[in-house]
Design a protein around this ligand. Structure first.
Ligand SMILES: Nc1ncnc2c1ncn2[C@@H]1O[C@H](COP(=O)(O)OP(=O)(O)OP(=O)(O)O)[C@@H](O)[C@H]1O
Length: 510
């Protein structure tokens, strides 16, 4: 199924009035932003012969849009699809200070919480309503900083400096699936546990200030919710992933006026966002029919990690955030242009469903038990089976009722059949000859039934043998997988998924 990327725009409220250098713009039908270009400014990237530029979006959120409004519009359809078994990604893109973290995580108060905490509440509320499935939810949270990825949910990181953290290692299997080492995955049973993990990750997240924004974060963050859903009515299950991504600021180095170590960081950020742009351009070209086999995902860690979100099996949504001040117009236009390219992309998505091996094995074992019992019963002797007993008793009840006109052999056979099937209580026989015919018909029917019974038992025995073979094969396979899993680094990570001790309680009644 094709899934077009959805691109939303959110404008950060400005402290300045229109006359104080605010960006001049119009929003049309909540879908189009028209930026009126200031005449007096000479921008290298702007065509000065034009006085306005139009940009189209799935929805434009103006400066007054609340966190709840943004969440309901952007996220609910995406999470519903995630809960149905589809992968999904929501990423925020924009210059430093334009509101990415505000949109994704939120601000200090519970009312101002962002998409991630609201997503957690929504997921747990929804799964309570979906009785057909049993769910397991896992959370991981990582940060990409200077082209290295780190686990934000590793308790040790609370006490150790970044230089001593283990880097997350990536490796690819034969099917080009990316696996991660040194990333803890935490099973999460309720909203509060999820929020505690988010708060802990945000707490651990490295923050250092640039001259541009005191709380600027120079890392990309990926909060991932993995959902395992077991269908209780069939033998299927699914695993879907939801990535909630807060990218680092997209501004150019000259703008952030950084030096030394910060300059180095800015270069990495710029580079990874340039690579992200290159991936988007390559995907765009391929969509427009260009012969582009190679998409440069591997150029950066972020694009490698988000490979599936950008050009694979994933429903992807981007939230572009811009400041509404003229000082930042160059960066805003760059974000707006980037978002238009992203909006042209589409992914091919499919439900990540597979057969639930455990449920199949369980069913086969139960069926096997029933079959063994039946077979044993048959082997103890045909005369003792329930159907034989029934036929014997029916024979004893066969008595002629009265004399009269002889009926045909066909009619007698039909009547005997009806009688044996307990559709009529008695056989109305009118002569000795008819009685004999009745006995003949009964003998024939009895023999046919016995033949059918033998055939069925032969079929059952064959089926039983086949199931036995499948079971043995499946058991061999799962013990092989178990061995493989036990020796893999992820298994080690899974085993170490105790919840961190830090707890952050959400405020009541808010
Ligand atoms: N829509 C908004 N409404 C109210 N305040 C906002 C909004 N967007 C951002 N802010 C405020 O602006 C400041 C900067 O926002 P934020 O930290 O989210 O920017 P950012 O894009 O994540 O920056 P960085 O790239 O440094 O992570 C914060 O104090 C935030 O609370």
């Amino acid at each position: 199924m094709k899934s077009q990327f959805e691109v939303y725009l959110r404008l950060k409220p400005s402290n300045k009035s229109q006359s104080q250098n605010a960006m001049q713009y119009q929003i049309y039908q909540n879908k189009k932003l028209q930026v009126l270009l200031p005449k007096h400014v000479k921008f290298g990237l702007i065509n000065n012969s034009r006085d306005n530029l139009d940009f189209n979006f799935t929805h434009v959120f103006d400066q007054k849009s609340s966190q709840e409004h943004v969440f309901t519009n952007v996220t609910t359809p995406v999470i519903n699809s995630f809960l149905d078994g589809y992968n999904a990604t929501i990423f925020a893109y924009g210059q430093t200070g334009s509101g990415k973290t505000y949109t994704m995580s939120g601000a200090e108060t519970w009312q101002l919480r962002g998409i991630i905490p609201r997503t957690l509440s929504y997921i747990f509320d929804e799964i309570d309503k979906r009785n057909k499935f049993e769910y397991k939810i896992y959370i991981s949270f990582m940060e990409i900083y200077n082209e290295n990825a780190y686990d934000l949910l590793e308790k040790k990181h609370l006490e150790t400096p970044l230089e001593q953290w283990n880097k997350i290692a990536l490796y690819e299997d034969d099917q080009n699936n990316i696996h991660l080492k040194n990333l803890s995955i935490h099973q999460c049973n309720n909203e509060q546990e999820g929020i505690d993990l988010l708060m802990m990750g945000n707490f651990i997240r490295q923050v250092s200030s640039t001259p541009m924004n005191q709380s600027s974060s120079r890392s990309h963050c990926i909060f991932t919710v993995t959902l395992e859903g077991y269908d209780t009515t069939s033998e299927t299950c699914f695993v879907s992933k939801l990535h909630l991504v807060d990218l680092a600021g997209s501004e150019r180095i000259s703008k952030s006026q950084v030096e030394g170590n910060l300059l180095n960081e800015a270069k990495y950020i710029n580079l990874s966002l340039t690579y992200l742009e290159q991936v988007i351009i390559a995907l765009n070209e391929r969509m427009k029919g260009a012969n582009r086999q190679h998409i440069p995902y591997r150029n950066s860690l972020m694009t490698t990690l988000l490979k599936d979100s950008l050009g694979g099996n994933c429903k992807t949504v981007m939230i572009a955030t811009i400041s509404s001040e003229n000082d930042n117009i160059e960066e805003s236009l760059s974000t707006l242009r980037f978002s238009q390219r992203v909006g042209q992309l589409e992914n091919e998505i499919r439900r990540n469903e597979k057969v639930d091996l455990e449920a199949v094995v369980k069913r086969l074992e139960q069926e096997k038990l029933v079959l063994i019992r039946e077979l044993e019963q048959y082997q103890r002797g045909g005369a003792s089976t329930s159907s034989n007993k029934k036929i014997q008793s029916q024979q004893q009840n066969l008595l002629p009722q009265s004399n009269g006109t002889p009926i045909s052999q066909k009619d007698i056979q039909e009547k005997v059949e009806l009688y044996l099937n307990e559709r009529i209580p008695m056989l109305d026989v009118k002569s000795i000859e008819e009685t004999q015919k009745c006995f003949e018909a009964m003998k024939d029917l009895y023999n046919t039934r016995m033949k059918e019974y033998v055939t069925e038992l032969t079929f059952i025995s064959e089926k039983l043998q086949k199931y036995d073979e499948i079971l043995t094969r499946k058991k061999e396979q799962s013990s092989f997988l178990e061995q493989k899993e036990n020796s893999s680094p992820e298994a080690e990570i899974y085993r170490r998924n105790e919840s961190p001790q830090i707890t952050f309680k959400k405020r009541a009644n808010q």
